[in-house]
Design a binder for this molecule. Sequence first.
Ligand code: HEM
Length: 124
Amino acid sequence: MKDITTKEDIALIVRAFYKKATIDPLIGHFFTTVKEINWNEHIPLITSFWENILLGGTDYKGGAMFKHIQLNRLSPMERGHFERWLALWGQTVKELYAGPTADEAIRRADSIAGIMQFKVSGGR
Ligand code: HEM
């Protein structure tokens, strides 16, 4: 298996991840009923978010934390939701790629989710 090296590699992971996430019994509703995601915009957005982190692209404008603070107000995001999100992300990355950048994708998701969980709950 090869490592993540291009934006297309990331797009593949992102598409495969949302295929799982949107039908997941625990977190699927965030993407379907809590928010109605425009996938034609969301997939490229998330792809550039990860490109920025993993490959040093500069397209992503930021603001992800605030989006989740708003999301949490619409429907509370709990520890179990973050755990499922991370499990699906890790599973998807490992299904498709292997190497230092793939490991980094999993590690960074872990740390961002930790910060995000802290921020959405206001530090509680
Ligand atoms: C329980 C876990 C999570 C759920 C249910 C969730 C759900 C969502 C939803 C519904 C949106 C769209 C929000 C909107 O457009 O208003 C969104 C946006 C986004 N999410 Fe998450 N998310 C979770 C965790 C994460 C994590 C851990 C990361 C990063 C590692 C992440 C990265 C992003 C990014 C980059 C956006 C786009 C923000 C923007 O508009 O710029 N999410 N998420």
